[in-house]
Ligand binder design. Structure first.
Ligand code: ADP
Ligand code: MG
Length: 700
C-alpha cells in the first residue's frame, strides 16, 4: 500500500467506526506506529484522545485487544462507548457477577471479542493469564500506565505484575505490540514504565502538556481563612461547575457543608460507601451537583468538559497529581481558572501524611521477621502482630503493603502471606526519599516567581515547550489575578528596585543575600519585603532568579543567584517601573484591606530625591493625541457612570483618566501602574479602557 492509500484507509476507519471527521494532533502518527506492531509509550494530557490510539489500531490489526485499566469506572465508561459503536466488548472486574466473567472468557476463547477490559489484579487469578495466552491478541493496551511506577503518584502494586505476564500474553512469533498510555509521566516515570513493561525498542510520543485555557493562581492563605474565600469565589455562578480538592475527609466534609450554603455541593472521599460516591459522581457529571469537594480519590473517571474552576484547598503531595487535577478544568477549551492555597501549616500536615504513608523501616523489619516460607493467613498474622510487635492494625497493614510492593512479602489471591526477598529495604528507602523530594518540588513551585504553566511543562520533561510564558497565571498577569492581590510599589520600594538594578548592572549575578546587604546596608528592609520586591521584579521580567547550591562543611546550602534580564539592563533612572508587589488576598475574598497609607505616606527625606530622579509620574504636557484619547475616555466615563448610577469620578477620577490618556497602557499591568487605578478597577473596567486606548492608537 502506498503512504496515501494507507492514510486514506485509516481515515476511513476513523470515520466509519468512530464517526470522527479527522484525527487530533498526534493520533494518526501513533496509530500507524502501533498498527505496524511497534511498542509505544504515549504521554498526552487527559482528554487529548489517547484511547483512540489503541482502539483504532486494534480494529485495524484484527483480533481481540486486551486493555488493562486501574478503575472500574474507567473500564465501564470505555466499554460502554465501544459497545455503543457496535463493537464487541467484554470486561472482567470485581464489580460484576461471576457468570459475566465466565461468559467473557468463553467469548474470548471463541474469538468473538474485539476488546477485553480487565483490572490488573485479575492476572493473579490462577489460570487466567494462561487462558488469555490461548488466543492471539491484536495488541495489549495499558491505560493509566503511570500506576506501574513507584515514582508515579498513583502507584498500584498490581500494575507491577503486568510486566511478568507480558511475554506470554504477547505470544510469538511476531509478538503483539504493547501500548502504554498515561497523562502524567515525568522523565523518571517514563523510564520506569518502559523498563517494568520490558518494552521492546519502544517509540515514545510525548505531547501537549501546555494548556492554553488554564489560568493558574497560587496564593498563600492561612487554613482557617480558606473556607470563606472558597465560598466567595464559587458564589460567582460563572466559576462553576467546580472541583475543590481537600487534603482530608474532614476538610472535605466541612467545605462541602460551607459550600452547600450557596450551591448544590457534596463531598466525595474514600470514607463514603461506594453507592454514595457513585451517586455524587453521576450527579456531578449530569450537572445536578455544581461543586464536588473531594479528596484525591475523585476525578480519574470524570469526563466532564465544562469544569470552570479547580481549587486545591491545601498543598498537593506531588506536581504530577496537581497537574492532573487542575487539568480537569476547561476540557471544553473555554477559559478556566485554578487556585492553589497554601501556607506553612500545610507543610506540617504533609510531614504527618508522609510519616503515615511511609512508615519507619523498623516497622517493616518487624513484620518481615515474622513471615516465613510457609504461607500464613494474613488475618492471623495481623492479630499476632498486634499482640507481639506493638504495632497497631493500621501500622501492620501499612508495613505489609510496603513489603509487598518492594518484594519483601507475597500475598496471594486468598490473602495468605509468604516471605519474599531481602532486597526490599533498599528500594523502600529510595522510594520514601523520592516522595519527600517530590513534595520539596511542590514547595518550590509555590514559591516560584516564574510562569506557572512553563514550570509545569518543564517538570514533565517537555523542554522544547517550556520556554514560553503563558501570559495568564498570577505570575504572568498579576493584574488579572482574582484571589491574589497586588499593589503598586511605594516610592521607597521603587528606589530600592532602581538600586538593585544599578547594583546588578556591572556584574553577572549576585547572591540574593549579598544583594540585599549592598542596597540596604542599614538593614532597614525586612527579608520578606525584600524578597517580595525581588519577586515583583521577576514578574516584570527585569531580573531572573536561579536556585543554586554550594557545599560547606559537608553540608549543601541553597542560595539564589539574581541577575538582570536584557529588559532590566535597559532600565535607566527615568524608566517607569510598573512593579506590583504581592499582598495577600483580595479584600472581597476575606483579605484585609491593603494599607493604602503606604503609597500615600509623606515621603521621607531620602525618598524625595529619588522622586526627582524618576520623573516618570509627574504629568507630561498633554499632546493633541492624548487630548483626543482623553475626550474619548470622558465620553465612555459619562456613559458608564450613568449605566451604573454612580458619579463619574467614582468610575475614574480626572487625574487617573488623564494619566491613562498620556501613557496609553496596552496591558492590564500597565494600567495598574497608574495612580488611582487599583485591581478592582482593572477587573471592572480594564478591558474597556484598554480597548479605547488601542482603538485610539491604531487610528493614529
Ligand atoms: P484521554 O484518554 O486522552 O484522556 P479519551 O481517549 O477519553 O481521552 O478522549 C477524550 C474524548 O475525545 C472522548 O470523548 C473521545 O471520544 C474524543 N475524541 C478522541 N479522538 C477524537 C477525534 N479524532 N475527533 C473527535 N473526538 C475525539
Ligand atoms: Mg484515558
Amino acid at each position: 500500500m502506498t503512504a496515501t492509500s494507507k492514510s486514506t484507509a485509516l481515515a476511513d476507519l476513523l470515520q466509519s467506526v468512530f464517526g470522527f471527521a479527522r484525527f487530533r494532533a498526534g493520533q494518526e502518527e501513533v496509530c500507524r506506529t502501533v498498527i505496524d506492531g511497534r511498542d509505544l509509550l504515549l504521554v498526552m494530557p487527559t482528554g487529548a484522545g489517547k484511547s483512540l490510539c489503541y482502539q483504532l489500531p486494534a480494529i485495524a490489526r484484527g483480533g481481540a485487544a486486551l486493555v488493562i485499566s486501574p478503575l472500574i469506572s474507567l473500564m465501564e465508561d470505555q466499554a460502554a462507548k465501544l459497545s455503543a459503536l457496535g463493537l464487541r466488548v467484554a470486561r472482567i472486574h470485581s464489580g460484576l457477577e461471576r457468570a459475566v466473567a465466565r461468559q467473557a472468557c468463553a467469548d474470548y476463547l471463541r474469538d468473538e471479542l474485539q476488546f477485553l477490559f480487565i483490572a490488573p489484579e485479575r492476572l493473579r487469578v490462577p489460570g487466567f493469564p494462561e487462558m488469555l495466552a490461548k488466543r492471539r491478541l491484536a495488541l495489549i493496551a495499558i491505560d493509566e500506565a503511570h500506576c506501574i511506577s513507584q515514582w508515579g503518584h498513583d502507584f498500584r502494586p498490581d500494575y507491577r505484575m503486568i510486566g511478568h505476564h507480558l511475554p506470554a500474553l504477547r505470544g510469538a512469533p511476531d509478538p503483539a505490540p504493547v501500548i502504554a498510555l498515561t497523562a502524567t509521566a515525568t522523565p523518571a516515570v517514563q523510564a520506569d514504565i518502559l523498563a517494568q513493561l520490558g518494552m521492546v525498542r519502544p517509540a515514545k510520543f510525548i505531547h501537549g502538556f501546555r494548556r492554553d485555557n488554564l489560568a493558574i493562581e497560587v496564593v498563600e492563605l492561612p487554613v482557617p481563612e480558606r473556607p470563606a474565600a472558597i465560598r466567595r469565589l464559587l458564589a460567582e455562578r460563572t466559576r462553576r461547575p467546580a472541583i475543590v480538592y481537600a487534603t482530608s475527609r474532614k476538610q472535605a466534609e466541612r467545605l462541602a457543608e460551607e459550600l452547600a450554603r450557596i450551591t448544590r455541593a457534596a463531598a466525595y472521599h474514600a470514607g463514603l460507601d461506594a453507592e454514595t460516591r457513585e451517586r455524587v459522581q453521576t450527579a456531578f457529571q449530569a450537572g445536578e451537583l455544581e461543586v464536588v469537594v473531594a479528596t484525591i480519590a475523585f476525578g480519574m473517571g470524570i469526563d466532564k468538559a465544562d469544569i470552570r474552576t479547580v481549587i486545591h484547598a491545601g498543598l498537593p503531595g506531588t506536581l504530577e497529581g496537581y497537574y492532573q487535577e487542575i487539568g480537569r478544568a476547561g476540557r471544553d477549551g473555554a477559559p478556566s481558572r485554578t487556585y492553589l492555597m497554601h501556607s506553612y501549616a500545610d507543610q506540617r500536615t504533609h510531614d504527618f501524611f508522609l510519616n503515615r504513608d511511609y512508615p519507619p523501616v523498623a516497622h517493616l523489619e518487624k513484620v518481615f521477621d515474622v513471615l516465613s516460607d510457609e504461607p500464613q493467613p494474613g488475618e492471623e498474622l495481623r492479630s499476632a502482630a498486634v499482640k507481639k510487635l506493638a504495632l497497631s492494625e493500621e501500622e501492620f497493614d501499612k508495613a505489609l503493603e510496603k513489603l509487598e510492593i518492594h518484594g519483601g512479602a507475597r500475598v496471594d489471591f486468598g490473602g495468605s502471606v509468604t516471605r519474599g526477598g531481602r532486597g526490599w529495604k533498599k528500594t523502600y528507602t529510595v522510594q520514601a526519599q523520592h516522595r519527600a523530594e517530590q513534595f520539596e518540588k511542590v514547595l518550590r513551585y509555590t514559591a516560584l516567581s516564574q510562569c506557572r504553566m512553563a514550570a509545569l511543562v518543564r517538570h514533565f520533561g517537555d523542554e522544547d515547550d517550556a520556554g514560553r510564558t503563558c501570559g495568564a497565571c498570577d505570575v504572568c498577569d498579576p493584574a488579572g489575578a482574582v484571589l491574589r492581590q497586588f499593589r503598586r510599589v511605594t516610592a521607597r520600594e521603587r528606589e530600592l528596585a532602581q538600586a538593585i538594578i544599578d547594583e546588578l548592572r556591572p556584574v553577572d549575578y549576585k547572591a540574593a543575600g549579598t544583594l540585599q546587604r549592598s542596597v540596604d546596608p542599614a538593614g532597614r528592609v525586612q527579608r520578606g519585603d525584600f524578597d517580595g520586591l525581588l519577586d515583583a521584579m521577576v514578574r516584570a521580567q527585569l531580573i531572573e532568579i536561579e536556585e543554586a547550591e554550594y557545599e560547606k562543611d559537608g553540608e549543601v546550602r541553597r542560595y539564589r543567584k539574581v541577575r538582570l534580564t536584557p529588559a532590566g539592563l535597559d532600565v535607566r533612572p527615568a524608566t517607569p517601573l510598573p512593579l506590583l508587589v504581592s499582598e495577600g488576598i483580595a479584600e472581597e475574598f476575606g483579605g484585609r484591606a491593603a494599607p493604602p497609607v503606604r503609597t500615600r505616606k509623606a515621603p521621607a527625606a531620602g525618598q524625595k530625591s529619588a522622586k526627582k530622579q524618576q520623573p516618570a509620574e509627574p504629568a507630561a504636557p498633554m499632546t493633541a493625541e492624548s487630548e483626543t484619547l482623553a475626550a474619548k475616555l470622558r465620553e465612555w466615563r459619562v456613559a458608564e457612570a450613568k449605566r451604573l448610577g454612580i458619579p463619574a469620578y467614582i468610575v475614574l477620577h480626572d487625574r487617573a483618566l488623564n494619566a491613562v490618556a498620556q501613557t496609553r497602557p496596552a496591558t492590564p499591568n500597565q494600567l495598574l501602574a497608574i495612580d488611582g487605578i487599583g485591581p478592582a478597577k482593572v477587573e471592572k473596567f480594564g478591558e474597556t479602557i484598554l480597548k479605547i486606548c488601542a482603538a485610539g492608537a491604531s487610528a493614529r
